[in-house]
Design a binder for this molecule. Structure first.
Ligand SMILES: *Cc1c(COP(=O)(O)O)cnc(C)c1O
Length: 451
């Protein structure tokens, strides 16, 4: 695609026709052309889920170069929650890009970085004094949260959980549970990382208190609280399968951390910003983390990430110890301010709950008639179905993959996840309308019936 093609492509944003429209098979000829170039120019390790050439997106659709319009139930992995090419984000980006594109905040500070920090300090759980540092990606935020916790506590060890996902850098691969595709062959990994058992009600049947006691006992015996800087956990596991822990699990872990001087880090990179029907998933569990990492939904599609936390923990790092050349880029910060304004003033927390109600009702209906749907779970607009072999309850990854593939061929973007690969997750943009969402679910139901 030349720059002339880009200029003549349809504009994205909410004014795009909100429809599923297939004018070619997926992938169509222009998409195939790009995928052939991709195979020759980009390493095979960088995969793709939907074989199209995207040219515009907005509301609840992604449009490809062949003129197909697909229903978006993935938001680029929970990133474009405010809607793709959200008009406020676009305007903020255009205005900032015309003013200045970079100074490096560590050289010449600017307003928008501080304003994003102020907003995150205000919005994240707890009314204690907070500080925020900005970075470029979720993995970088998690790396920095661990750095900050180690410096504050003077302790080396970090505990992560079964099914956890925290990124693809060396430290965050070590924190991540699943070998394929995230870790296999990419070691050796960073040291002093330990893994504790999670609460996974569908598979372990434990109460939150019992699951927490199991994890705490393992941590005390195998790591020792005195050696432990931080516990890192996603309030709802994202890549691991949208696992919602049993009630009481997270509060018990927070209490134990407080009693033992361990920093509790909530990795809200996927769950943050209205997604779960709360501004942060931690709010829905009644917990106040010491540090919160955010990224995906933060800046309406621009790369921006943050660590927000207790002032005394955040301020323990020496001057010059934290940062990065691009961290808190001014265009990304302008986008974040516009996105945060949308979360707060366009009713997106409430909208996430409405979307969740539609998703859950429809998926539970499917569950009643189809024994392969083992579990329907989630909070707000972060919902998943776990597929099983009805006879044994064993995870059925082949079914999840076949359903997602069939739905994509019919023009619905669906993502899978889960340690066992047997989960389909729904992360629609919060700008999707009810009719399009229902049509996406019709296609899912038909795909499930057909495979
Ligand atoms: C996606 C994700 C990350 C990594 O974010 P990147 O921006 O891809 O580095 C970390 N933690 C969680 C919970 C995530 O979902």
């Amino acid at each position: 695609m030349s720059i002339a093609d880009v200029i003549t492509a349809p504009l994205g944003g909410p004014s795009l026709p909100q429809e599923r429209r297939l004018v070619t098979a997926i992938p169509g000829p222009r998409s195939q052309e790009l995928l052939a170039r991709k195979a020759a120019a980009v390493p095979a390790g960088v995969g793709h889920t939907v074989p199209i050439q995207a040219v515009a997106a907005g509301g609840g659709v992604v449009v490809d170069a062949d003129g197909n319009s697909l229903i978006d139930l993935g938001s680029g992995i929970a990133v474009t929650s405010v809607g793709n090419a959200h008009p406020g984000v676009v305007a903020a980006v255009q205005a900032q890009a015309a003013q200045f594109t970079h100074t490096c905040f560590m050289i010449s500070p600017y307003d928008s970085y501080v304003a994003v920090a102020e907003a995150l300090n205000r919005l994240t759980p707890g009314d204690h004094e907070k500080r925020t540092a900005l970075f470029n990606s979720g993995a970088e935020a998690v790396e920095n949260a661990v750095k900050i916790a180690r410096k504050y506590t003077g302790r080396p060890a970090v505990v992560a959980f079964d099914h956890g996902y925290h990124g693809r850098t060396n430290l965050t691969m070590a924190l991540t549970a699943k070998a394929m595709p995230y870790k296999s062959g990419f070691g050796p990994f960073a040291g002093e990382i330990y893994r504790a058992p999670l609460s996974y009600p569908f598979r372990d049947g434990l109460s939150g208190a019992d699951a927490a006691a199991r994890a705490i006992s393992m941590i005390e015996k195998q790591v020792g609280a005195d050696n432990l800087a931080a516990l890192v956990i996603e309030p709802i596991q994202g890549e691991g399968g949208f696992i919602v822990p049993a009630d009481g699990f997270l509060p018990a872990l927070v209490d134990w951390c407080r009693q033992n001087g361990v920093v509790f880090i909530a990795d809200e990179v996927q769950t943050g910003f209205a997604r779960t029907g709360e501004m942060f998933a931690s709010d829905g569990f009644g917990i106040v983390p010491d540090l919160v990492t955010t990224a995906k939904g933060l800046a309406g599609g621009l790369p921006l990430a943050a660590v927000t936390g207790r002032a005394e923990i955040m301020d323990a790092s020496h001057a010059g110890g934290l940062g990065g050349t691009y961290g808190g880029n001014p265009i990304a910060c302008a986008a974040a301010l516009a996105a945060i304004d949308a979360y707060e003033h366009e009713g997106l927390v409430e909208r996430a709950r409405e979307i969740g109600a539609i998703l859950t009702a429809r998926l539970e209906e499917l569950q009643q008639t189809d024994p392969r749907v083992g579990d329907v779970r989630g909070r707000g607009a972060m919902v998943a179905v776990e597929f099983v072999d009805p006879a044994t309850g064993a995870p059925d990854a082949a079914l999840a993959a076949a359903v997602a593939k069939a739905a994509i061929a019919e023009g619905v973007i669906l993502l899978t996840c889960g340690t066992y690969g047997n989960v389909i997750r729904f992360l629609p943009p919060l700008s999707i309308d009810d009719r399009l969402l229902s049509e996406g679910l019709d296609v899912l139901a038909a795909s499930l019936a057909a495979v």
